[in-house]
Design a protein around this ligand. Structure first.
Ligand code: NAD
Ligand code: USQ
Length: 387
């Protein structure tokens, strides 16, 4: 298949492009390099050094003999987006290309507006490009488990059968997300479902849990193929941060009482889920939703697992929660769609020992300790009443 990967310079887009390329697909890679700009803005860097977009593409060609056709540009530029889709003529498009940090979207008004404009307008331009160039292209879009929030009922795969006043219908699952970033994904899902229903496009929305891990079969082949690994309090995700904190001998930063539960997935399972979704496309007109997670844990349980598995002493610290989120809550998620297509999940404790601790130990000298502590508060950008 011909597959165009959007956001291919990012944490997940890069290893996914290599995984699909190694699986025999013809791959195009597109990015506007915005992620490298957020690093400069925040004064942080990936823990693991990464090559430039151009150099990592050349390194893959040298190592595998396989070509990645590259497009550098912004999805919010409609002419660029349609041009890239027309030029590459993919069978499937994998869309990772969004601003993806909840804390970044909550810094202030400008960051909230940037996040929603970038994500919603980019996706809308892409829907128009697909409709114009070839409505048969399968869109594989990265959504997030956080779209659902933490409802007091089971979380289904995107849709819910509702009976109201004696009548029944199949509706999009009601959403209650926890940041302006997570909200941007809800808006995307609504726009994509509309395009499937009204224009007959085909799409798979992958509501992915929090990803952990850094190494895949392809990125491990050469240091120049490494993907980024973030530890700072804005872009670093919880488990990756706990691992780095453990190796550095710093306390693990559990926000609040740590009873929040989240769905998790290992990076090797992410790239495999994308392959499965591409190779088993949604039907014409179908808005298909999978919950892309393999295990769920309370935050305090993740901290405890890291502390137990790490071969040194680990301290766990409870910080005042900078976010506004439910701590103790019900959490039961249906996630059978991807295992039904053949996914065989990796488990958390194995990954920690085999891969994550050794990777982190190699690069501890690059850590900026000041970047570890949370500095964005969900109510922080609001002015006190009366001002
Ligand atoms: P990332 O920030 O590392 O990568 C995103 C890439 O998209 C970056 O390289 C960035 O430069 C590019 N990009 C952003 N806006 C763009 C635009 N307008 N035009 C072109 N390129 C643009 O993020 P990631 O961790 O790889 O996540 C990828 C996707 O997966 C995101 O959509 C995210 O919401 C979703 N996701 C990530 C996680 C996770 O734990 N990392 C979990 C669930 C879902
Ligand atoms: N948390 C801590 N300590 C930390 C960091 C986070 O206790 O040092 C807690 C947070 O309060 C939250 C949970 O861990 O309850 C998850 O936080 P996170 O930063 O790991 O994840 P989140 O903000 O939800 O965002 C990440 C990715 C995002 C993706 C999402 C998947 O950045 O792109 O969409 O995970 S999900 O959470 O399923 O929506």
């Amino acid at each position: 298949m011909r597959i165009l990967v959007l956001g291919a310079d990012g944490y997940l887009g890069w290893p996914t492009a290599l995984h699909l390329s190694a699986a025999g697909h013809e791959i195009g890679v597109l990015d506007n390099l915005a992620r490298r700009g957020y690093d400069r803005e925040l004064g942080v860097e990936s823990l693991v050094p990464i090559e430039s977009f151009e150099d990592r593409i050349s390194a893959w060609r040298e190592i595998s003999g396989l070509n990645l056709e590259s497009y550098v540009g912004d999805l919010t530029d409609a002419a660029f987006t349609t041009g890239a889709v027309r030029d590459f003529r993919p069978d499937a498009i994998v869309h990772f290309a969004e601003q993806r940090a909840a804390p970044y979207s909550m810094i202030d008004q400008a960051h909230a507006v940037y996040t929603q404009t970038n994500n919603v307008v980019g996706t809308l331009n892409l829907l128009y490009a697909i409709a114009e160039v070839d409505p048969d292209i399968h869109l594989v879009k990265l959504g997030t488990m956080g779209e659902y929030g933490t409802p007091n009922i089971d979380i289904e795969e995107g849709w819910l059968e509702i009976t109201h006043n004696g009548r029944t219908d199949r509706m999009l699952y009601p959403k209650k997300p926890g940041s302006f970033y997570h909200l941007s994904k809800v808006h995307d899902s609504n726009n994509i479902e509309f395009a499937c229903r009204v224009w007959g496009l085909r799409a798979t929305d992958l509501n992915q849990g929090i990803v952990y891990g850094q190494s895949t079969d392809q990125t491990a082949q050469d240091a120049r193929l490494a993907t980024r690994f973030d530890y700072d309090a804005v872009f670093g995700t919880v488990l990756n941060r706990f691992v780095i904190q453990a190796v550095l001998g710093r306390p693990l930063t559990v926000y609040g009482d740590g009873s929040q539960t989240r769905g998790m997935i290992e990076i090797r399972d992410t790239v495999e889920c994308i392959r499965l979704a591409c190779e088993n496309p949604a039907a014409v007109g179908e808005f298909r939703v999978f919950n892309q997670m393999t295990e769920s844990f309370r935050i305090e349980e993740m901290a405890k697992t890291v502390a137990e598995v790490y071969p040194g002493d680990v301290e766990v610290e409870h910080l005042e929660n900078p976010r506004v989120e439910q701590e103790e809550h019900y959490y039961n998620v249906v996630h059978s769609g991807l295992p039904d297509l053949g996914l065989k999940p990796h488990l958390l404790s194995n990954t920690l020992i085999e891969s994550l601790f050794p990777i982190v130990a190699q690069y501890t000298g690059r850590v900026d300790l000041a970047a570890l502590l949370p500095n964005v508060r969900w109510r922080g950008a609001l002015k006190p009443q009366g001002e």
